[in-house]
Design a protein around this ligand. Structure first.
Ligand code: SF4
Length: 117
């Protein structure tokens, strides 16, 4: 029996309300999206939701540096990734887009996001 999941797309500020029809763990149809990004987002959201991690790390000198993953990571892996991030102490001389941790999961890097650090 098919099930309808309601999702709000977070890919842009329009926040479209999307309906995803699922049967036997398979997406049957997607409706309500205004553009193809919404379909991709909602299909991923019901099968394997992902998010970009945006947080901070401490430098060896004691400052706080904003960082993010350069692609969305699986929500199911976020707790383990945050444990790695929280254990880091990075050099004070890092610059915007410097890779803090290469391949922190899959082919996803943790990068610095602010050049005024
Ligand atoms: S479906 Fe497209 S237009 Fe609607 S919120 Fe998602 S990205 Fe934006």
């Amino acid at each position: 029996m098919a099930e309808i999941k309601k999702i709000t797309c977070i890919e842009c500020p329009m926040g479209c309300d999307i309906s995803v029809e699922i049967e036997n763990q398979t997406v049957i149809s997607v409706s309500g999206n205004v553009c193809p990004r919404g379909e991709i987002y909602s299909r991923n959201e019901v099968v394997c939701p992902r998010r970009v991690i945006t947080t901070t790390v401490r430098t060896k000198g004691g400052r706080v540096v904003p960082v993010k993953t350069d692609k969305p990571v699986k929500k199911s892996e976020m707790f383990e990734i945050m444990k790695i991030i929280n254990s880091l102490r990075v050099d004070d001389g890092i610059k915007e887009n410097d890779v803090i941790v290469a391949d922190i999961t899959e082919d996803i890097n943790l990068i610095a996001v602010d050049d005024e650090i």
